[in-house]
Ligand binder design. Structure first.
Ligand code: ADP
Ligand code: MG
Ligand code: MG
Length: 211
């Protein structure tokens, strides 16, 4: 359809929780190699709490769903990723306001604001081997798809595909932000866990839209 509603936003969060739970061990393993091994556990705890919050009180708009995710992830995930994902969802919530329906252009704007929030907080650039290596190509692809007239599902599919490539692109890099930066060249050959989780979460958004 031409618009996504709160049902999509809730389904996105539920699918994110499911995919994070499924990939908990894989994300732990990625973070064990170039970090401290807690990324899968941190995110699984956070998204489990998001499911509980959704069950307690269903949000009425996409923005309210994003805000619920932001508050919950900020308080439950911890580490570097908690404030970063929390800020991403909070900026997306602010961008969409109390709109009942999101069109392709608004989705591109919300993803862009989410990415900008991660950058404002973490100061990472593309190539620093962080989640920004997934988010920035995802935003570029989403905005380009929306400008070319794609609908919301195709916009999210483009974002997820670009995020997946972006996560793979972190493999050869030396990290310049986060714990992996302490490893220098020893981080080379290993995927950034936050870029991997970002790709999973953006693919969940596309799947929820029926892409
Ligand atoms: P911690 O490193 O505190 O244990 P997590 O393991 O939950 O936190 O998350 C690590 C991920 O956070 C990294 O893989 C990276 O993608 C992301 N990250 C860390 N620092 C930054 C930063 N400054 N900017 C963007 N992303 C970052
Ligand atoms: Mg960690
Ligand atoms: Mg940690």
């Amino acid at each position: 359809s031409t618009f996504l509603t709160v049902d999509w936003a809730i389904d996105w969060l539920r699918r994110s929780a499911a995919v994070v739970a499924e990939n908990r061990m894989a994300l732990i393993e990625l973070d064990r190699v170039i970090g401290d091994g807690d990324h899968g556990e941190n995110l699984d705890r956070g998204f489990s709490a998001v499911l509980e919050a959704l069950d307690a009180q269903a949000p009425a708009t996409p923005g309210a769903a994003f805000k619920l995710a932001a508050m919950t992830l900020m308080s439950k995930v911890g580490g570097a990723a908690g404030p970063l994902y929390g800020t991403a969802f909070l900026r997306a919530a602010t961008t969409v306001g109390d709109a009942a329906e999101l069109d392709a252009a608004m989705l591109g704007a919300a993803l862009g604001a989410a990415r900008d929030g991660v950058v404002a907080r973490g100061k990472a650039e593309v190539g620093d081997k962080t989640m920004i290596d997934a988010w920035t190509p995802a935003v570029d692809a989403a905005v380009a798809a929306a400008a070319a007239g794609a609908g919301p599902a195709a916009v999210l599919d483009a974002a997820a595909t670009a995020a997946e490539s972006g996560a793979v692109s972190t493999d050869p890099l030396i990290a310049r932000k986060g714990r992996a930066s302490y490893l220098g060249e020893r981080a080379m050959g290993h995927r950034d866990p936050g870029a991997a989780s970002s790709a999973l979460i953006l693919r969940a958004a596309a799947n929820a839209a029926g892409a």
